[in-house]
Design a binder for this molecule. Sequence first.
Ligand code: MN
Length: 191
Amino acid sequence: MIELTKLPYGMEALEPHISKTTLEFHYGKHHAGYVNNLNKLIAGTPFEGKSLEEIIMNANGGIFNNAAQVWNHTFYWNCMTPNPVKDKPKGKLMEAIIRDFGSFDEFKTKFIDKCVTLFGSGWTWLVADKDGKLSIVQTGNAQNPLTEGLKPLLVCDVWEHAYYLDYQNLRANYVNEFWAIINWESIEKSY
Ligand code: MN
């Protein structure tokens, strides 16, 4: 049985950047829906009782899609915080960003551009390869960089359900608001 992870803050906590209404639907309906669908799909299959990561690495079709969407959303919630204590990372992660993107501002511009220009539904990720080299990748629908051997560090959900209630078609506005509440404190520890 895969559980719906608890949201790490209250439904209103990310306002005014992301509204309570959006979180009620996004977490309470979309994320919860993927968990329910996954549990129905894996019942009685070899995936029942396996971890989410094992399912993602080995399943395909509907089981993969729902498992990856469960993982992606939990990861996305943890990338944000109602109380950002810093507006950029420091230490090893900051050094790697400068090494691999030129500067933090260049990284920010590129990441936001990759969010805004992703066609259709998907996710924009900052990932590290096994040598620690950073890159920004876009994945469509439920796809997850774990299946490519990459370690996710940051993700922005650019499915319309992530922003349409607050920003309608203005995805760039949502991405800029997302940027303001990134939990760099936690992300730099994961690198
Ligand atoms: Mn979503």
